[in-house]
Design a protein around this ligand. Structure first.
Ligand SMILES: NC(=O)c1ccc[n+]([C@@H]2O[C@H](COP(=O)([O-])OP(=O)(O)OC[C@H]3O[C@@H](n4cnc5c(N)ncnc54)[C@H](OP(=O)(O)O)[C@@H]3O)[C@@H](O)[C@H]2O)c1
Ligand SMILES: *[C@@H]1O[C@H](CO)[C@@H](O)[C@H](O)[C@H]1NC(C)=O
Length: 332
């Protein structure tokens, strides 16, 4: 009986492996490809641009600050692998006006050819308690992090479908997989990217266009340093339960997953656990990936509950300490 069950499982897995080439995308060839990186002048975006440039791609960097763009262009050009390679800089706000974004992308495509890979990495963050965050910050974050990813993607998707090839990358965050203290303005913008990515992937998969959602952990970047200045104590203590990653490492993983056409891209053991736990109804790009999700989900939920418990106790401890010091102030 047991033998029969084992034989059945083995046969099933073999069958899955036989059909797996049907669902696995063909890798994108980076040499000579045109890669557009929004937010390419700093942090993770800059490292993604460098990583692609090192592999022979032509790069378009998009951000607002022209000086920062030019400085980054020089930095990237040091990694040149052939003398035809170009780094193009475009200064535009990706969140303001769709027509403008469409226009600059048209110009970039006239110079460097159709976009093979678009990396939506422009983003920003505000942390604080819900009631302390300015109402316009909620609007601004949604505009930059969400609409700022919709506009460039909307501008390149038709050509990608026509050419029957392409990659779109959305840089979400681990805060786009779970909501944490202090992230009431930021998390929803990153969750939104996941919904967009799932729906878009179903539309474009038959056209051989693949979508990747990256969920970076805390990463050492200028943006992260800026955010850390105003983080509530609770958010800091919760963040400290995992370590800070290097932008180069995060970028390498994102580029690798995008080239392979993987839907999910995560870094580290926390990232691995979160991507399994939140796989839900997201598309699967290999049988191994699907099997890992099926096998690990229950166990990881138990581990996750311990994390949640410890986060809750951090928040409660901070509240009690705050109230104690407030009442001490009053009696003085
Ligand atoms: N660092 C982390 O810990 C972390 C963790 C998870 C996810 N992420 C996400 O990863 C992405 C990059 O983060 P990072 O830390 O590398 O950021 P960063 O160092 O602050 O760089 C942000 C980049 O986006 C550009 N940008 C910002 N607003 C823009 C706009 N409205 N239009 C065009 N460009 C804009 C910035 O250039 P200008 O200011 O000149 O426009 C800059 O090039 C973000 O989406 C962030 O949410 C970061
Ligand atoms: C998500 O992507 C990472 C690599 O970026 C991989 O190691 C992991 O297995 C993936 N997780 C799931 C659930 O597919």
């Amino acid at each position: 009986m047991l033998l029969l069950a084992v034989a059945f499982i083995v046969a099933f897995v073999l069958l899955l492996y036989m059909v797996s080439p049907l669902i696995s995308p063909k890798p994108l060839k980076l040499p000579g490809a045109h890669v557009v990186v929004t937010g390419g002048s700093s942090g993770i975006g800059k490292c993604i641009a460098i990583e692609c440039y090192k592999q022979g791609a032509f790069i378009t960097l998009i951000a607002r600050d022209e000086n920062k763009l030019l400085q980054t262009k020089k930095e990237i050009e040091k990694y040149c692998v052939n003398d035809k390679q170009v780094v193009l800089c475009i200064s535009v706000d990706v969140s303001k006006d769709y027509e403008q974004v469409e226009n600059v992308l048209k110009q970039a495509q006239e110079k460097l050819g159709p976009v093979d890979m678009l990396v939506n990495c422009a983003g920003t963050s505000v942390t604080g308690k819900f009631e302390d965050i300015e109402v316009n910050s909620f609007e601004r974050l949604m505009a930059v992090n969400y609409l700022g990813s919709v506009y460039p993607s909307r501008a390149v998707i038709a050509t990608m479908k026509e050419r029957r090839m392409g990659r779109i990358v959305f840089v979400s965050s681990q805060a786009g997989q779970l909501g944490l203290f202090g992230y009431t303005a930021y998390s929803p913008t990153k969750f939104a990217l996941r919904g967009l990515a799932e729906a878009l992937q179903m539309e474009v998969k038959p056209y051989n266009v693949y979508v990747t959602v990256a969920y970076p952990p805390d990463t050492d970047t200028p943006g992260f340093a800026e955010e850390s200045k105003t983080k509530p104590l609770e958010t800091k203590l919760i963040s400290e339960t995992s370590s800070v990653c290097q932008a180069e490492q995060v970028a390498r993983v994102i580029v690798k997953d995008a080239v392979q056409g993987n839907f999910n891209s995560s870094v580290g053991s926390d990232g691995y656990m979160l991507s399994i736990l939140t796989s839900g109804m997201s598309p699967v790009t290999s049988i191994t990936e699907g099997l890992q999700q099926v096998v690990c989900m229950g166990i990881f939920r138990i581990v996750g509950l311990f994390y949640l418990g410890s986060f809750d106790s951090i928040v409660r401890r901070c509240m009690m300490q705050r109230e104690k010091s407030e009442s001490a102030d009053k009696t003085e």
